[in-house]
Each structure stands twice: as structure tokens, then as C-alpha cells.
Design a binder for this molecule. Structure first.
Ligand SMILES: [Zn+2]
Length: 357
């Protein structure tokens, strides 16, 4: 199982764009269903076809992806409406033995979503990830898979929270966040009505959420709170945005606990250690834990021995978090003892490739 799952996780983390080139983007408004048959109870159902299409909306620093049409992240987990077995789309169809089937049924026994008509519309996206996490634990999958599900749950909350801003201002790279904030700032200045100004300011808060800058996000929200006292619709939108931010942070905190557990393991490959440490650093930053984030980004920077996109991003984020501090020098690689059955591999920086223009 381990050999099957790790490549899938890495593919999800770093190679979404490749699927973009292979799979044509679905036409807007024409989301069809792929047929699925539940390997646990045989239930037949459909799941929306939307696969990662145009990455017009870019990729956040923690690899959350936004496509131009469809919501790949939200569609990425398939759930059986009857028994609630759940998994990432491509791993959902699997052959289980009776013991595994039983373990899944036991894990989802207390799910209040069992027997829904349509999992996609009746189960909140992060709850779908939560069900996949339960099944993953029941199947005794590697910790990295469980971390991935928590990570995906946090993405799902973010994708929903920032949707209006993503539609209005697609961001190809986290490095462009400041440009978009400035652009919206100019629009705010030119806006005719206070209502329009406030709508645009809320977009700014959403862009900061994507950029992972919770301090700036909260400054904008604090400004908006005064206006919201007299504008019930604005208040509803702000409340909903904040609620989703809390959901996102909750999953990020849980992911951090598992990441620490994983990093404490003895069998962590160098490329996995690098990626996990990077995700840990960025998650700490997104939670507003600045000092811990700096410390962890410095740690991951020392593991990056050759130029890569991930290193560029690390340098960018470190420079923002700790301006003027010199970047750490890469450490010499530790000698690895290759196993007899495995081809020794050089530590590589697993990196996300540039999003499609
Ligand atoms: Zn089922």
C-alpha cells in the first residue's frame, strides 16, 4: 500500500499542472458525472467529472490549486453516498478484502452522512475529506496520506472562503499577491459607493488569506467590521468568511500534529522530509505563528541543496517574514544507507512546476 500511496500524494502535491495538460478543461455549466461503484458495498453512483483544468487561478504557497472553471479541489474526494467510504478520486476504485471492508464500515459507522442521496451536495467538502481520513486510518495507510487528507480539508475551506476574489483576480503565483492587493487598492479608491468599496476590501482580505498573511487579513476585516454594523449583507459575508477561516485553521493544526509525528519517524526519505518540513513551515505561517514559521523555513532552506521553485518560494517567504536576515546555507547531504532491494536515490527537491499561464 505504501508504494501505491506515496506516488499519489506526491502527484497531488506537485503535479496537478500535468493533469491540466492531459485533461481538457470541462465546459462551464456542463458538469457531468463519472460512474463509480463502491468497492465496499457495491453502491453505484456518479461523481462530477471536473478534473483539474486550466490553472488560471494559480497555486497557493502550500500547493492549494485553483482552476479557471470547475473546482478541482472540491471534487477531488469521492464519497459513497450509502456507506461513506471515501478516498481521493483516483484511489477510490480498489479491491478490498472482507477484513478491509469491515474496517471501513466500522470507521464510517457513526457518520451522520450515511445514506445521503448525493454526497457532493449534501456533505460539506471538508467533511468529505474527514471521511476519507477515517477510511485511510481504518486501512492503516501511511501517515503521509492522512496528512494529505487534512491538508486537502483545509484547502477546501479556503477555496470556498476566497471564491469571489479568486474569480475576480486569479493569482498565478503567491509572489503576485502584493500586486493584486495594490490593484484592488486602486479600485477601492475609484469606487463610487461605500458598498462597492467594502465589497472590494473584502476581496483584499480574501487575497491575504490565499497569501497566508493572517495579520493583514485581520487588519482589513477589522476595518470592515465598523461598516458591517450598518450593512447586514456585508456582515453575513464577513461572518461566513471568518467561519471558513476557522475551519481551515482547525485542519491545519491537526495536520501539523501529524507532520511532527511523521518527521519524528525513522523511515522518512530526504525528499519527503524536505516537502513535509516546507509544508509545516508554511502552515505555521498561515496560522500566524511567525517565529515558529521562520525557524522551520530556515530548517527547510538548509535541506535545499539546489535551485528549485520550492527554494525560490522558501526564500521569498523567509525574506518577507524576516527581512534583512541572511538566508541559511544548504547543509551537506547526509550519507544514506541504501536498502538491498531499493535503488539508492539522490535527495531531490520535489517542486511544483510553474502554473500554466
Ligand atoms: Zn459504499
Amino acid at each position: 500500500m505504501r508504494r501505491l500511496v506515496i506516488p499519489i500524494v506526491v502527484a497531488l502535491l506537485v503535479s496537478g499542472h500535468m493533469w491540466a495538460q492531459e485533461t481538457p478543461a470541462p465546459s462551464p455549466g456542463a458538469v457531468k458525472g463519472d460512474p463509480y461503484s463502491c468497492p465496499v458495498d457495491g453502491r453505484k453512483f456518479t461523481h462530477p467529472q471536473s478534473r483539474i483544468g486550466s490553472l488560471q487561478g494559480g497555486v497557493d504557497s502550500d500547493h492549494c490549486t485553483y482552476e479557471g472553471n470547475g473546482d478541482w479541489v472540491l471534487y477531488s474526494i469521492v464519497v459513497c453516498p450509502r456507506c461513506n467510504y471515501a478516498a481521493i478520486r483516483d484511489t477510490f476504485p480498489r479491491a478490498f478484502n472482507p477484513k478491509q471492508r469491515q474496517a471501513i464500515l466500522k470507521a464510517t459507522a457513526d457518520s451522520s452522512y450515511r445514506g445521503v442521496t448525493e454526497a457532493m451536495t449534501e456533505i460539506p467538502p471538508w467533511e468529505r475529506a474527514e471521511l476519507a481520513l477515517k477510511c485511510s486510518k481504518a486501512l492503516d495507510e501511511p501517515l503521509s496520506m492522512q496528512i494529505q487528507y487534512l491538508h486537502m480539508a483545509s484547502w477546501m475551506a479556503r477555496v470556498k472562503a476566497v471564491r469571489p476574489a479568486t474569480r475576480a483576480y486569479p493569482i498565478a503565483s503567491p509572489i503576485l499577491v502584493d500586486d493584486f492587493v495594490r490593484l484592488i487598492g486602486r479600485k477601492v479608491e475609484r469606487a463610487d459607493t461605500p458598498k462597492e468599496k467594502n465589497r472590494l476590501k473584502l476581496h483584499t482580505a480574501m487575497i491575504h488569506q490565499r497569501g497566508g498573511d493572517v495579520t493583514e487579513r485581520d487588519k482589513v476585516l477589522a476595518e470592515l467590521d465598523q461598516a458591517a454594523a450598518k450593512d447586514p449583507l456585508l456582515k453575513t459575508r464577513i461572518d461566513e468568511f471568518r467561519k471558513l477561516n476557522v475551519v481551515e485553521a482547525g485542519y491545519q493544526k491537526r495536520a501539523l500534529e501529524l507532520i511532527d509525528q511523521r518527521l519524528a519517524g525513522e523511515d522518512v526519505r530526504p525528499d519527503e522530509r524536505l516537502m513535509m518540513t516546507y509544508i509545516k513551515a508554511d502552515t505555521l505561517r498561515r496560522l500566524g505563528l511567525k517565529e515558529d514559521a521562520i525557524k522551520t523555513f530556515r530548517e527547510v532552506r538548509r535541506l535545499m541543496r539546489r535551485p528549485s521553485q520550492l527554494r525560490t518560494m522558501t526564500d521569498y517567504l523567509l525574506t518577507r517574514l524576516a527581512p534583512g536576515e541572511p538566508l541559511p546555507k544548504p547543509e551537506a547531504p547526509k550519507p544514506e544507507t541504501p536498502k538491498e532491494t531499493e535503488t539508492p536515490k539522490t535527495p531531490e527537491d520535489p517542486e511544483p512546476s510553474p502554473p500554466a499561464d
